[in-house]
Ligand binder design. Sequence first.
Ligand code: CA
Length: 248
Amino acid sequence: MSRVLVVEDETHLAEGLRFNLEAEGYQVAVADTGEAALAVLAARAFDVVVLDVMLPGIDGFSVVTEMRQQGLYTPTLILTARGHAGDVLKGFAAGADDYLTKPFELAILIARIGGLLRRREWMQATLAPAPVRPESAAAAPGPVQEFHFGDKAVSFDRLELVVREQVYPLTLMEAHVLRYLIQHEGKPVSRQKMLEDVWGLHEDTDTRAIDNFMVRLRRYIEDNPGRPRHLLTVRGVGYRFVAEPKPE
Ligand code: CA
């Protein structure tokens, strides 16, 4: 039985979610503050976290940031307020895997939770805009599930980045962004295009939020994040991924 942690301070909403998710066969725990959520997560394992952003005390962004810093990669869906498009990117930058805007339809939430639980299939089917097949990769049929660059390898089905012996778990969104950059290997991609293609955001979102996300990715994939060699900034445009940088 899959275990869902609902972090929501509005009691009626939290209890409504508990009731409906239990009816769907999930085991549900509720935390009404971010602090309580972190305490519960430290004590017990969950398969999915549904996390409201607006909480008393520390907010949902801080909760997901703290989870990821602790190495806790439980798939996390954040609930953002309508009209706060920037919150979506902020949530992804903090390490969230998916989001829903309040008010949401219960059926959609249940479908998204199911999606996060089947994250491997979800990654392959729904999230991938097209198979990864950069020119430098072998022309294998079907989506490439592993990509090697330098002394690093990213596995899209295991959601891991392996740097020499070190294994870094990736969130779904981190894997998706990396996949997108790899698909466009060697070519500049604009922030606006990434927002549309990767995040599905067409609104007039502040594209600088993407930069926070890139800082995160660089910490994983660059030997010296201050002097990136794979994930390059293209001034005035966006980013360019280089699989095999020229020797310095
Ligand atoms: Ca709230």
